[in-house]
Design a protein around this ligand. Structure first.
Ligand SMILES: Cc1cc2nc3c(=O)[nH]c(=O)nc-3n(C[C@H](O)[C@H](O)[C@H](O)COP(=O)(O)O)c2cc1C
Length: 361
């Protein structure tokens, strides 16, 4: 058991927590997709992560939050894309995430784009990807969701498709197994999703989904630039989604980039360089929706200070992915604990009371 734990711990480069059981991290010696598979394999052995959950900082009453009526123990969530086929939902939660987003799941299995399609940029603590939804499709995800029902109250599923019928089918068949649906119209890597950037198409789709949904529906938006007319077009999408009846918005997906190191020449950037922009977008969206929908902030989040700033700007929760690649499995526990300490310093006992700049501790 000791040897096994040590192998698991080497998969991440985490030097500051109880998870750091080995000296030399293995993860950065593997190619990115290989490292991801190794992490998934490690998380696929639930016993270890289940045992570690007592130290994950998520049992602190102060951190409780609510997104569109979904009660969560902490506002820190795993973003879509890490657990594409819903294989490790419980283990991810046991690390200290308040919720996890399985998928993005598509109706049929897909091979994704040609490789290389995921590249680490360690100096920037960033990743470029052009994966294009490789996945096993809806059916295997449904089977796994059925086996993970004890976690249902903290699981969202991200769904996508290039025609409305595919998306409806994903919603109909998965919604009784999860606490919320995240509609992904914003991956920069899948030709065909952009049709839903047309406000008329988006409205039709969302109104149809709203008529059928039995759980809260979130829409994950593409990022918008700061100074561009595109900004108003994309902000209009948010207004359209809210007007059509969504319960929440996820702001935002990866930022489109062009880079010849990716086989298809372009993809999405994620990680640390996004944070500042995420903060600006949350301010924009807050001004736009004014409390009519819950906001989940996503992009470059890696510290409790980041979480504080985004919650203070109007988000009810955050999602992260890339910082978990660099920070390791102890990251959500560290963020939970530090956020709680910061709340103590500020003399507040509720997540909704977070305002202003993060206190220094
Ligand atoms: C390798 C990789 C795969 C991703 N796959 C998906 C996906 O399937 N669906 C989705 O909505 N977002 C996907 N994302 C985007 C993330 O959910 C998130 O929006 C983005 O990475 C910004 O957050 P971060 O900076 O914390 O990573 C993916 C991101 C990465 C790095």
């Amino acid at each position: 058991m000791k040897l096994f734990q040590s192998n698991v711990a080497t998969i991440w480069s985490d030097k500051t927590s109880i998870y750091s059981l080995a000296a030399k991290p293995l993860i950065f010696r593997l190619p990115p997709e290989g490292a991801h598979k190794a992490a998934e394999t490690a998380l696929g052995i639930p016993g270890i992560w289940n045992a570690l959950r007592i130290a994950n900082g998520a049992n602190d009453n102060k951190l409780k939050t609510n997104i569109a009526g979904i009660e969560l123990p902490t506002p820190i969530g795993m973003a879509a894309g890490f657990d594409k086929d819903c294989k490790v939902l419980g283990s991810v939660l046991n690390l200290g995430f308040g919720f996890t987003t399985g998928g993005t799941v598509t109706l049929s299995a897909r091979p994704g784009n040609p490789k290389p399609r995921m590249i680490r940029l360690p100096e920037q603590k960033a990743v470029m990807n052009s994966l294009g939804f490789p996945g096993q499709g809806l059916e295997p995800a449904i089977k796994r969701l059925k086996k993970s029902q004890k976690y249902k109250s903290r699981v969202l599923i991200s769904i996508a498709g290039t025609i409305d019928d595919e998306i409806f089918e994903c919603l109909r068949r998965s919604q009784s197994l999860v606490s919320g649906i995240e509609l992904n119209i914003s991956s920069p890597n899948t030709a065909g999703l952009r049709i839903f950037h047309d406000p008329g198409r988006l409205r039709g789709l969302i109104e149809g989904l709203v008529a059928e949904k039995q759980v809260p529906l979130f829409v994950k938006l593409p990022p918008w630039p700061r100074n561009d007319e595109n900004r108003y077009e994309l902000l209009k999408l948010a207004a359209t989604a809210v007007d059509a009846g969504v319960d929440g918005l996820v702001v935002a997906n990866t930022h489109p980039i062009e880079n010849t190191r990716l086989k298809v020449g372009r993809g999405g950037l994620s990680g640390a360089p996004l944070f500042e922009h995420t903060e600006l977008m949350i301010a924009d969206i807050q001004a736009q929706v004014r409390g009519q929908a819950s906001i989940i902030a996503c992009g470059g989040v890696s510290t409790a200070e980041h979480v504080w700033k985004l919650l203070a700007s109007g988000a009810s929760a955050v999602q992260l992915y890339t910082s978990f690649i660099y920070g390791g499995p102890g990251l959500p526990a560290r963020i939970n604990k530090r956020l709680s300490q910061m709340m103590n310093t500020a003399g507040i006992t509720k997540i909704t009371d977070i305002t202003g700049e993060p206190p220094r501790i």
